[in-house]
Design a protein around this ligand. Sequence first.
Ligand code: NCD
Ligand code: ZN
Length: 447
Amino acid sequence: MADIDVLVTGGRLYLDGEIFEASLCVSDGVITHVTTTPGTLSADETVELDGELVLPGLVDGHVHFREPGYEQKEGAASGTAAAAAGGVTTVVEMPNTTPPVLDREGFREKRELFESKSHVDFALFGAITAENLDTGAIAALAEEGATAFKTFMATSFGPLLMDDKGELYRAFEEVAETGRPIYIHAEDQEYLTEFTRRANELGEDLDAFFASRPPVVERTAIADVIEIVRETGAETVVAHVTTAEGLEMIAKARAEGLPIRSEVTSYHLRVDESRLRDVGTRGIGTPPVRTAANREALWQHFENDQVDLLGSDHAPHTLDEKDREPLAVAPGMPQLETALGALLDAVHAGRTTLPAVVRRYAERPARVHGLYPRKGTLQVGADADFVVVDPEREWTVDATAFESEGKYSPFDGWQFTGMPVEVYQRGRKIAEELETLNEPGDGTWVH
Ligand code: NCD
Ligand code: ZN
């Protein structure tokens, strides 16, 4: 009998902010040693690398897989296959499905569905609306294993609007008692209604979309959220922050000691208004991408550590729902198969560093969702989820080849340098060269 199950040698490992040549030993799906002298160990299987990077499997704390209720957009199997292909070995799935995840039963149903269909390990959000406030459902969802909650201050997609600030305040009070975090879609519904009314006059012009959700819609919502966090103490993540000012407000509040964090998407870091004009309505997501100058400022804040988390906000809709006039488009798009590539490409271009990416797209999301150190790290004792990355590999995004049901992308045709070439989950290879190899149901529930 061999000493261990899998030995990964010849790679450069990312461990706690450092990158160094080392071997990884895996037994029973768990990392048992990280060593620079693997010489005497025998393994059932050896993964021989040639200087590639070995990163922790990514932990994406913000994905929408649409099941149950909207299987025409995406499914638990196709969405998690997209995750595997993109190097994301743990996903936390959003609750704006139909029915939404509002109570114990809804949570169990979704858990069972994903247990039978998921390609990667998964955790689940609980939802908060006026319907389940004050009913005991929020505490019950936390008990069931929801790693976080989600609510929407403004219409985006799905049945979860919470546009009454009194109710929002009560939601944060209830969540604070669970000790779990709340993710919030921060746009102000009253301003959104006003600006949408004005934007209607722009008709089919893409500008109608930008005009309907100007930066003030986000900034005012974030200002409200900060005050609610100050009063309630609820652990909070402002999802997909798009404005530099929004990031600054959150970073300042955090520096004052408030338990608030910002999440930014790879989409908002790489795409801006000018690109959206080329892509058209298929590239619409909310809140909007902004100006090139704002995008530049997002990167500066990323480097100054005023961006706490990365998430993909993978959120496919059908092409029929995307090819409409701007104000009628369903917002969101597939992101999982381009997120890491877009970030590696930014690392290659000298925009940021690999540790900065891994901290925000693996370690910190794992911590926020209570999954660390089982997930998000290559420390001994962690699940052996890792991504082999070739940082010099050039590839061209081809959305028609996506594992996701959504075969379109604002990155379609882009050339990236840096590719997740192999993906392992608990010591088993689950994807290679952007193709998923394992079976639905191989993923397990984590919480
Ligand atoms: C998301 C969706 O479609 O579920 N869409 C989006 O544009 N971001 C909802 C959301 O996260 O706002
Ligand atoms: Zn959102």
